[in-house]
Design a protein around this ligand. Structure first.
Ligand code: DX5
Ligand code: ZN
Length: 216
């Protein structure tokens, strides 16, 4: 499954580009939300989800790279988000947050940075729909895939098979034609790609198709 990250898109043509990748077979749209605190960058908020909602029927997943995600959940749900992904780093006890998102009727994702041991997500695998393994340190698009991520993905795949095989394993950061095959072989099932889709020389539609073929 391919999840184009609009962070790398030309925002003057956002609707058009999202329509294009959805028609090319993208499975969902990845919306990167940054607060300038949890990560050293600012990006976008719920207004962008609201603007995109009428453009496509495919799910809109929101990756909350923010210090205090609980404050923003309602706003994103009202705007039309289908899945909310929060970071383990900011949640001493993730369970109330998981419950809160469930209560809103949305899919729950738990994300964690490259320096977080994958075992930290193990106790929650039964209760989530998606584990998002960061393959770069979040904050910016266009960074290089961290090769050590492959071992982390293998370990995570084993944990997911043990506790909840239905839980998706998503990778985010530096996914392109060179890295997607290895990430897939290591156990990932959903692939976020920003630069490799919206910066592709042959255009975003062709890039989505090429990446999907390489992920198999
Ligand atoms: C990184 C974001 C990613 C980013 C991926 O902070 O979470 O979703 O947009 O961009 P690429 O695919 O360019 O590495
Ligand atoms: Zn992301």
């Amino acid at each position: 499954m391919i999840a184009p990250s609009i962070l790398a898109a030309d925002f003057s043509k956002l609707g058009e580009l999202v329509r294009e990748v959805a028609e090319a077979g993208a499975d969902r749209i990845h919306v990167d939300v940054m607060d300038g605190h949890f990560v050293p960058n600012l990006s976008m908020g719920a207004v962008v989800v609201k603007g995109l909602r009428p453009v496509t029927k495919i799910p809109l997943e929101v990756h909350l790279m923010v210090e205090d995600p609980g404050r923003f959940l309602d706003g994103f749900v009202k705007a039309g988000a289908d899945a909310l992904i929060v970071h383990l780093e900011v949640l001493p006890d993730p369970r109330p947050m998981i419950e809160q998102i469930r209560g809103l009727g949305k899919k729950v994702g738990l994300a964690f940075n490259p320096d977080m041991p994958v075992q930290r997500v193990e106790p929650y695998l039964r209760d989530i729909d998606l584990a998002l393994c960061m393959t770069v340190f979040p904050g910016f698009g266009g960074q290089a895939f961290i090769p050590e991520s492959l071992d982390r993905l293998k370990a995570l795949r084993a944990l997911v098979e043990k506790h909840n095989p239905a839980c998706e394993i998503e990778v985010d950061g530096g996914i392109d034609a060179k890295t997607i095959g290895a990430a897939s072989a290591a156990g990932a099932s959903v692939f976020v790609a920003g630069t490799a889709v919206f910066g592709a020389r042959n255009g975003p539609a062709a890039a989505v198709k090429d990446l999907a073929a390489l992920a198999k």
